[in-house]
Design a binder for this molecule. Structure first.
Ligand code: ASP
Length: 313
């Protein structure tokens, strides 16, 4: 069976588009990636789409070979950070004080373990540091200079010369200082039935120094438990106020369908004046991507569906 959401994307509604959920009896693995819900109509994201597809293919091989969902989502997001093609890692935009501050988080379904970093500067891969917070500390989140000091203690790869390192992500315009945003994320279900999610961002363009969005927050930005894994992207303030990813998970665990769960939360974001999107995968192998912004870049793969990628409008 082909991946419905990538192949039968209906004309865009002005407010929202739900991508049909795939139900599977024979579960296998499933992986979904997003390159942010800040995509603008009419721009060329083909380079990012090709990259997203390549990453879904890579993830497919890893999961098929028995790789863990947690490793796959962490490594996918780290590759996206390094690529400079998205508003995360190398593609991050400076804050209003003129320098890059990044946020990232990772969560593992089994045991609901989590790690995060917020307003971290000068590291190549914030999500790798988030994973180290999860594994090597008693904490869930480190922020600012403390996060950087911890990253150094873990031997993190550092950005030596920020002026040369950071680049404009695919589709972004130089003059786009305010209002733009973007994020990367991945969710996966592995062959052992374990779920995981990860998210990383450079945040919103022109944000105030010290601003923390939803992406590093376990709950609003990223969630994974035994039933569902979710990564959000969009106007962070409204995602935080609506509960974001965890609010989807609570709806789903209370018995609502995946469609109703994702739409319920995104409707709340819209009511509060925000927009964005999310990707989700469940322990049953259902996958969904939904957004109410102008566009969102996605890719996916599963046991039954080859890797494919698209920017939805
Ligand atoms: N959620 C991110 C933030 O508010 C931005 C995005 O996903 O586009 O920092």
């Amino acid at each position: 069976m082909r991946n419905k959401f990538l192949l039968s994307c209906a004309p865009v509604s002005t407010t929202r588009q739900i991508i049909p959920v795939t139900s599977k009896s024979n579960i296998g693995y499933a992986v979904m990636l997003h390159g942010g819900a800040g995509a603008r109509a009419g721009r060329d994201y083909s380079e990012a789409e090709a990259h997203l597809k390549e990453l879904a293919q890579w993830a497919s091989k890893e999961l098929w070979a028995g790789g863990s969902a947690l490793d796959v989502v962490t490594r996918i997001v780290a590759k996206m950070e390094r690529s400079g093609k998205y508003v995360a890692g190398r593609g991050s935009a400076p804050n209003s004080a003129g320098y890059v501050e990044m946020d990232a988080s990772v969560m593992s379904g089994p045991g609901q373990k989590a790690g995060a970093v917020a307003v971290i500067s000068d590291v190549v891969s914030p999500v790798t540091v988030a994973r180290q917070v999860m594994e090597n500390t008693d904490h869930v989140m480190l922020a600012g200079p403390g996060a950087l000091a911890f990253a150094r203690s873990q031997g993190a790869e550092l950005v030596e010369n920020p002026d040369d390192y950071y680049v404009l992500p695919v589709g972004a315009l130089k003059e786009e200082v305010h209002g733009g945003h973007g994020t990367v994320g991945a969710v996966a279900l592995d062959l052992k039935g374990r779920l995981a999610g990860a998210t990383s961002t450079g945040g919103t363009y022109g944000k105030l120094e010290g601003r923390v969005g939803d992406s590093p927050l376990i709950g609003p930005g990223t969630w994974a438990d035994d039933s569902i894994a979710i990564s959000c992207t969009g106007a962070g303030e409204q995602f935080i106020r609506s509960g974001g990813a965890a609010a989807v998970a609570w709806r789903y665990r209370s018995g609502l369908s995946l469609n109703d769960s994702v739409n319920g939360m995104l409707d709340d974001v819209k009511r509060m004046g925000g927009d964005g999107g999310l990707i989700a995968v469940t322990a049953k192998g259902e996958m969904a991507a939904v957004y109410n912004s102008e566009g969102m870049k996605c890719s996916s793969a599963s046991t039954r569906e080859p890797a494919s990628a698209k920017t939805f409008w």
